[in-house]
Design a protein around this ligand. Structure first.
Ligand SMILES: Nc1ncnc2c1ncn2[C@@H]1O[C@H](COP(=O)(O)OP(=O)(O)OP(=O)(O)O)[C@@H](O)[C@H]1O
Ligand SMILES: [Mg+2]
Length: 260
């Protein structure tokens, strides 16, 4: 797939400016995010971490244009997402964002290559070209010998690779993954983290990953920590990083900045 061949110059810089997201639940208002601001340079692999309910998925959904903030602004590659209509936003998402989920979300009656080719149905590409690109994406994730397998005949790790191939087949600038290793054993989880990092290193992708997995710290450039809808900063963020490192069992020495 030619568009994957080399670091992308047009990858986005993501800016989240004073973003809040509140949900009304009965008479209560849930403050899922409160005035979160952060910036992610192009070509970085970052993690959103924090306890359950801290707002990680909410933030991820705002960055990928699945949801809109109650207040504040989300800007991706110079485009303020709030300025787009619903149709424009859907179109923007199809062209710029690749999504990866915890439970793979593959269509059970379609083969690996058919699943991967699905997002290209939204383009006017001829079928032969769609299948050619899907095959290339499956080669990138190391599954060129599983093209015609149905999802149920693949291991969990392989199914997640198919889902990653589906996320990159449109050559998006931004890959967004919500708990991509949540349903995998340790060995497969590390392989998936490795693969995501290689998409950054080899193809210049910007990757945002929501995760509880302390091992993720070894693979990402930076972790953002959320707690009760608030982004931790300064000393608080440093302490949260250390707590995750300790949870990973790696001690404090070999983690920050190491091996990335
Ligand atoms: N559609 C919704 N309606 C009402 N409240 C919601 C909705 N979506 C999320 N929330 C609330 O917003 C808060 C943040 O939720 P979010 O899903 O972002 O958390 P999370 O950090 O992803 O948690 P987890 O690790 O469990 O996935 C939670 O209190 C949640 O109950
Ligand atoms: Mg979540």
């Amino acid at each position: 797939m030619e568009p994957l061949a080399g670091p992308s110059e047009r990858a986005p810089l993501i800016e989240i400016r004073a973003v809040s997201r509140r949900y009304v639940r009965g008479v209560d208002e849930v403050h899922a995010l409160e005035r979160v601001s952060l910036a992610i340079p192009a070509g970085r692999f970052v993690a959103f971490m924090g306890p359950s309910g801290s707002g990680k998925s909410t933030l991820m959904n705002l960055v990928s244009g699945i949801d809109r903030p109650s207040e504040g602004e989300v800007i991706v590659a110079g485009q303020s997402l709030g300025e787009l209509t619903e149709d424009e936003l859907a179109d923007w998402r199809a062209r710029h964002v690749g999504l990866i989920f915890q439970f793979f979300n593959l269509i059970p009656v379609l083969t690996a290559i058919e699943n991967v080719a699905l997002p290209l149905l939204l383009t006017d590409m001829p079928k032969a070209e769609r299948l050619r690109r899907a095959e290339t994406a499956l080669r990138v994730v190391g599954l060129e010998d599983r093209l015609h397998h149905l999802p149920r005949t693949l291991s969990g790790g392989e199914q997640q690779r198919v889902a990653i191939a589906r996320a990159i087949v449109t050559d998006p600038d931004l890959i967004v993954a919500d708990e991509p290793t949540g349903d995998l054993d340790a060995r497969n989880a590390e392989a998936i983290l490795e693969l995501l990092r290689s998409l950054k290193n080899d193809f210049g992708k910007t990757i945002i990953m929501v995760t509880h997995d302390p091992r993720a710290l070894r693979f990402v450039d930076e972790a953002f920590h959320l707690d009760k809808g608030i982004l931790l900063e300064g000393e608080e963020a440093r302490r949260a990083d250390q707590a995750v490192q300790l949870a990973a069992g790696g001690g404090l020495i070999n983690v920050a900045g190491g091996g990335r």
